[in-house]
Design a protein around this ligand. Structure first.
Ligand code: MN
Length: 387
């Protein structure tokens, strides 16, 4: 029996995780569910999966949830403390961290401190805090199971997370909806256009990140911490079909790739059933007559990718600034405050005005995140004025 706690249960990865758990059957049990504010969806999930704990970050929404499920034997908690409870719930064996954004940092630390196995979907936590978590002695690579499809692929190719004998990683990127477009052409991209990803169905924030290639940039830094490899051994390759989920080149020159149709159920299924291979009934890739191609990424027209490598190389508090300014920029773009090509401009300006804190502790990361959001807000106004 594996007992699972899911943070971000009403989101895209959270709901797909529950589908996988349901298909896996009675050996899997949901003991805690946590989300942001969607009390209707969480109430449905509580009735269906009967967890011991249900958490909503939003206090008012948590009150409504408690009233909605008063006849269920389920403890309702609220706020950041509630999320930490879900991340450390005593009866849980596996914590699925599927929240979106920087909030995953503190829940990841809490789960690791409590010796939990973490199935990690929240890449921001490692991007902003990988260095800090490693220095705290908490980056136990045997207990962090990646859910991100590329990192799951690398994990499956390597066989463990130690990185021994690995020459380099080819991290594949679909290229997003604007593959082959110039900066000039992308100036008029609307949120609606950017929210249509050709291969993957995902949440809004990550879909915008995929269209700017920032998602791949964040994944490069995520891979650096998950697999203990320097950034120059992690190479991005554009693969528009999203069938090869990543490749690992070993020191003897052999390259191993992991393939599958672009869907998240398989990486989720693999993490939940690891180290076993358990029957999975998901759409399978049939290689007959399928064409796969690979291209170099376009750093010139997609500056976010280069900004991420640069933040990763700077290290210290800079990746937290990259991530926070990106989260703000995406939000401004979705709300019509800045243009699509102003996303990388805003991130770069915020990074340029940051004084790096080397060897950051947890509070330095939280402070860099707060500072970057404020600075990005100020710079966004400046950008609009300067148009
Ligand atoms: Mn991914």
């Amino acid at each position: 029996m594996k007992r699972i706690s899911i943070l971000g249960s009403t989101g895209s990865i959270g709901t797909q995780t529950l589908e996988v758990v349901e298909k896996l059957g009675e050996d899997f049990n949901v003991v805690a569910l946590a989300a942001g504010s969607d009390h209707l969806k969480l109430a449905d999930q509580v009735r269906r999966y009967k967890p011991e704990l249900a958490v909503l970050k939003d206090n008012k929404a948590a009150d409504i949830l408690a009233a909605e499920i008063y006849n269920e034997e389920c403890l309702v908690e609220a706020g950041s403390e509630g999320l930490l409870k879900a991340a450390t719930w005593p009866s849980a064996d596996i914590i699925v961290l599927a929240q979106s954004g920087a909030g995953g940092f503190e829940t990841l630390i809490a789960a690791l401190k409590n010796d939990k196995v973490v199935a990690l979907s929240n890449k921001e936590s490692l991007v902003i805090g990988g260095e800090t978590i490693e220095r705290m002695g908490l980056l136990d690579r045997d207990r962090i199971y990646p859910l991100d499809s590329e990192h799951s692929a690398i994990w499956q190719c390597i066989g463990s997370l130690s990185g021994k004998g690995v020459e380099k990683i080819y991290l594949t990127a679909s290229g997003g909806p604007f593959l082959g477009w110039t900066r000039e052409k992308m100036k008029n991209v609307t949120p609606e256009m950017a929210l249509k990803h050709p291969n993957w169905k995902m949440g809004r924030k990550i879909t915008i990140d995929s269209s700017t290639l920032m998602n791949k940039g964040l994944e490069v830094i995520e891979a650096r911490w998950l697999f203990n490899l320097p950034l120059d051994k992690i190479e991005v390759v554009v693969h528009p079909q999203s069938i090869v989920h990543s490749m690992v080149e070993f020191v003897d020159g052999s390259i191993i790739a992991q393939l599958g149709e672009p869907q998240m159920h398989l990486p989720i299924h693999y993490a939940l059933t690891y180290p076993d291979r358990v029957n999975g009934n998901y759409e399978r890739f049939n290689p007959i007559d399928r064409k796969l191609n690979f291209l170099a990424p376009d750093y010139e027209n997609f500056p976010c990718l280069g900004l991420a490598y640069s933040a990763g190389k700077s290290g210290g508090s800079m990746p937290a600034v990259l991530n926070a300014s990106n989260e703000e920029a995406v939000d401004y773009f979705l709300n019509g405050k800045i243009g699509f090509m102003e996303i990388p401009v805003l991130i770069e300006k915020t990074m340029n005005s940051h004084k790096i804190v080397q060897h950051p502790g947890v509070s330095d990361i939280i402070e860099a995140d707060r500072w970057a959001r404020q600075e990005a807000g100020r710079l966004a106004v400046e950008i609009k004025r300067g148009r």
